[in-house]
Design a protein around this ligand. Structure first.
Ligand SMILES: *Cc1c(COP(=O)(O)O)cnc(C)c1O
Ligand code: SF4
Length: 348
């Protein structure tokens, strides 16, 4: 018999997500040039860019409005001079994680669930992120081959949920994820798995066959919490990625951060919640900003946050209204924002 020629690949190879990851824009001046905003270069902070480099996938840049210096997507990623202002109360460990670290990349802060800092890498660098000062290199679970983290989970029968976070846990190769969940499978008290990831939003190409196969084969109910702050972060590629994730049976939620100049009005927030729902995602949390050094210019005061949230509740069905929360060190969970006095508390 004549040996068959090697089979051609079944699909024309899509651009692999790793390649798209590597091709991310990293130079603030290039980003501005791509958007026709070269004249804004004087507002870039080289110090901020050195401390926490710009990184943004080109597909996300394509969703930014050309020529709009106030674009809400651009504002989330561009290192600007405002970051250099030292503001009292904005520090390095804004959420008190240090005290809850158990080693091996595990952070056990809340009852029943532990967060695994799977990796320090993210496809996008969000300027407001509290992890911009996190000492990743020392303490990620994947770096330690998962062993320490898995042993800690196995030793604590009160832990029913493992939360993969980071960094972005889906920045790991599929086989690393398989390695982790294979190790967790044998732990009888683990009942659910949660994944906190911004990748389906900023680099939807990450959602490919291998990842979907992994999700489908997991023995636990899976919740995927994505992170979009503005309706324009969704586009058809993101919709397709989210639909594929849902097809695995996973529950999809969104968490957002309330950000000055990005989503600090009722229209923007309502559109975010409705656009997310169009894509099969329910709102989960709307976070008050963590008070991290370099992010003060994003802060929305609590009174205004409560008014925005009340406006949202007045406009949307209850299931499309995220919980407005803040992280307070030492509290048993995320703390709902409450007005201390008056009518806003009634409206809550
Ligand atoms: C936010 C967070 C969680 C999850 O809290 P939920 O209210 O369950 O979403 C768990 N661990 C840590 C350390 C967290 O910061
Ligand atoms: S993707 Fe998440 S963890 Fe990464 S920089 Fe953005 S907010 Fe922070």
């Amino acid at each position: 018999m004549i040996p068959a020629a090697p089979l051609p690949m079944q699909h024309p190879a899509p651009r692999r997500w790793q390649a798209l990851w590597r091709e991310a824009v990293r130079d603030p001046r290039e980003l501005l040039d791509l958007l026709g905003l070269g004249t804004l270069a004087a507002g870039i902070s080289d110090a901020a860019a050195a401390q926490f480099p710009l990184r943004v996938p080109r597909g996300f840049v394509a969703r930014m409005r050309h020529g709009d210096p106030a674009d809400p997507l651009l504002r989330q990623v561009l290192p600007v001079l405002d970051e250099d202002t030292v503001v009292p109360g904005f520090g390095l460990d804004a959420v008190g994680d240090a005290a809850s670290r158990r080693g091996g990349g595990l952070i056990h802060k809340y009852e029943g669930r532990a967060l695994l800092v799977a990796t320090g890498s993210c496809a996008v660098h969000c300027r407001y992120c509290f992890r911009r000062h996190y000492p990743y290199a020392e303490d990620t679970a994947a770096a330690a081959g998962w062993r320490e983290a898995v042993a800690l989970v196995a030793d604590d029968p009160t832990l029913h949920e493992v939360i993969l976070s980071g960094g972005d846990p889906l920045s790991l190769a599929d086989h690393k994820l398989v390695e982790l969940t294979d190790a967790l499978r044998g732990i009888p008290h683990v009942r659910r798995l949660r994944i906190h990831t911004r990748l389906p939003i900023v680099l939807p190409e990450r959602v490919e066959a291998g990842l979907l196969d992994w999700l489908r084969a997991l023995p636990w109910p899976v919740t995927i919490v994505v992170h979009a702050n503005h309706a324009r972060e969704f586009d058809p590629a993101v919709d397709a990625a989210l639909a594929a994730l849902r097809s695995t049976g996973a529950t999809l939620l969104n968490q957002a951060v309330l950000l000055r100049g990005v989503n600090d009005d009722v229209d923007a927030l309502a559109e975010l919640c409705e656009r997310g729902h169009d894509a099969g995602v329910l709102p989960y949390y709307l976070h008050q900003l963590d008070r991290v050094a370099g992010a003060a210019h994003f802060e929305v005061p609590d009174g205004e946050a409560l008014r925005l949230h009340a406006g949202l509740a007045a406009r949307l069905p209850g299931y499309l209204v995220p919980r407005l929360v803040r992280e307070i060190a030492g509290e048993p969970g995320k703390t709902p924002l409450r007005a201390t006095t008056g009518r806003i508390a009634d409206a809550e």
